[in-house]
Design a protein around this ligand. Structure first.
Ligand code: ADP
Ligand code: GLC
Length: 485
């Protein structure tokens, strides 16, 4: 089956979050199960730079408002991602000084609706024969950036009087919807009647996410619990009604871990390698980390770590409040993150106040993320909401026990350690109440377990043995594609 994955970022070429990890891992996993997969990406400089053997497939002639860019479609291979790719070469849209979505001052680009409409439009054009040699039977669009693909496909089907290709739309985070002023709708070249409550209109605005949720043949999100949560008002971000209407076409498919990238036994970014049978080498990762960060070189002090975007979603102000208590109880704390200026400053101040026990690295650093997760004992993910979450999965796989809030994918992937679960399914620490006190109660249990080294080892080994590859998710996506194709 021919499947086109449309998304805005892909590991390792361009990554702002877990979306890129998924976009990089899913295509090879689908291919391993027999699918013929290609990806479609905007031509950001790192993506164009990674494209080998590029040939021009077509000059693009999108709706007039997007046409000014003189865009063309390239096809080639992204060896770093082990995937064949179509890349939209539109320098006017994608070669910019800032990030992929916003300028250096974090202001979203004013023409984002056009920059990403072009992505959805091109996906639909490929389904209609833009490349005479290959056309997808299923277009799988990810997040709001690619969410117009199902709308353009529906428009094409209405014009042709028959379906052109089927579509799946995956929500990675309902909080980022791609909301734009209504006047921009006219620039998209979609039929007028699409700007309606049963369509892309959302409280008088244009909503890209809603286009994906409304027009795709199947919709999914990245964990079963999040699939349920977003059907409620609290986490539905205003789209819960539509999600409830489509509940029978909505699935929750958990992300996996790309073991070619995240595996402590082979991780090329680590100085020492380990697995569940050779955990003494994890201790080496820990002492190396303590040296690197200037933390007290104490093998018996548990290191609690965070690797995260610093945003409201991630609940990190709870961590800030909890750090002094953790330190007083003999732990160390290390964070890698970037984002919210207030959180950055507060974490920096915490490190300056106690450099022997608290270390903070601000910025984005893929290699350090691996060293930090490998060298730590506990990884904190106290999110307010979490569609899936990947760092707790990396923690499990690296024997770095996750301490998480019971929400979204965190609830689906981490089993709390209690007396009654210790010998059966415990893999980490889970709390419910969104407060520093809630987090600290779970941390108390983590500290108590850490002092009982045989029990700690038992939980660590179980965590590391959890099945985590992409094969299960890939077979579930394939089943979805088969249902509709
Ligand atoms: P989200 O996509 O909401 O940010 P996930 O847990 O799904 O959360 O994915 C985050 C990804 O980004 C993980 O691969 C994590 O290791 C990585 N990451 C987050 N912050 C940083 C950082 N400052 N430096 C390096 N990697 C980071
Ligand atoms: C989003 C979510 C995160 C998820 C990731 C990949 O960024 O915030 O929970 O793991 O997408 O699906």
């Amino acid at each position: 089956m021919r499947v086109l994955q449309a998304c805005a970022e892909i590991f390792p070429l361009l990554k702002t979050g877990g979306l890129a990890d998924v976009a990089g891992a899913l295509p090879p996993a689908l291919r391993a199960q027999g699918a013929d997969v290609r990806v479609l990406l905007p031509g950001f400089a790192p993506i164009l730079g990674g494209l080998e053997g590029a040939v021009e497939v077509a000059r693009l002639s999108p709706p007039a408002a997007m046409a000014a860019t003189g865009a063309r479609l390239l096809y080639g291979r992204l060896p770093a991602c082990n995937v064949d790719a179509y890349v939209i070469d539109a320098p006017g849209y994608y070669h910019r000084a800032g990030g992929p979505y916003a300028d250096a001052g974090h202001h979203p680009y004013a023409d984002n609706h056009l920059r990403f409409a072009l992505l959805g439009w091109t996906a639909a054009a490929l389904a209609q024969g833009l490349d005479p040699y290959w056309a997808p039977a299923v277009v799988h669009a990810h997040d709001w950036h690619a969410a117009l693909a199902p709308a353009y496909l529906r428009a094409a089907a209405e014009a042709a009087g028959r379906p052109v290709a089927r579509s799946v739309y995956t929500v990675h985070n309902l909080a980022y919807q791609g909301l734009f002023d209504a006047r921009h709708f006219a620039e998209l070249g979609l039929p007028d009647h699409f700007f309606a409550m049963h369509g892309v209109e959302f409280h008088g605005h244009l909503n890209f996410m809603k286009a994906g949720l409304y027009y795709a043949d199947r919709i999914s999100t990245v964990s079963p619990t999040y699939a349920r949560e977003i059907q409620g008002t609290e986490q539905g971000c205003g789209l819960d009604g539509l999600l409830r209407d489509r509940a029978h076409e909505l699935s929750g498919i958990l992300n996996g871990v790309d073991e070619s990238v995240w595996n402590p036994a082979t991780d090329t970014l680590l100085a020492s390698h380990y697995d569940a049978a050779r955990l003494e080498f994890k201790a080496e990762c820990k002492s190396t980390l303590q040296r690197e960060l200037g933390l007290e070189p104490a093998a018996d002090k548990p290191i609690f770590c965070v690797v995260s975007r610093l945003t409201e979603q991630k609940g990190l102000h709870l961590v800030l409040q909890a750090v002094p208590t953790l330190i007083a109880q003999g732990a160390q704390f290390a964070l890698l993150g970037s984002g919210d200026a207030g959180l950055e400053a507060a974490f920096r101040a915490a490190a300056e106040a106690n450099p022997a026990a608290v270390a903070v690295k601000l910025g984005y650093d893929e290699a350090f993320a691996h060293r930090l997760i490998a060298g730590s004992d506990v990884i904190l993910v106290p999110s307010r909401f979490e569609p899936c979450g990947l760092t707790q999965l990396y923690g499990l796989h690296y024997g770095t026990l996750p301490l998480v809030r019971r929400v979204g994918g965190l609830a689906d992937t981490v089993a709390d350690t209690r007396l009654e679960t210790l010998d059966t399914d415990a893999t980490g620490f889970v709390f419910d109440e969104f407060s520093a006190a809630g987090l600290l109660q779970a941390a108390d249990r983590a500290l108590a377990l850490y002092r009982r080294s045989a029990d700690w080892l038992q939980v660590q080994r179980r965590a590391m043995a959890q099945p985590c590859g992409w094969d299960v998710a890939a077979s579930r996506y394939l089943a979805l594609y088969r249902q509709i194709a």
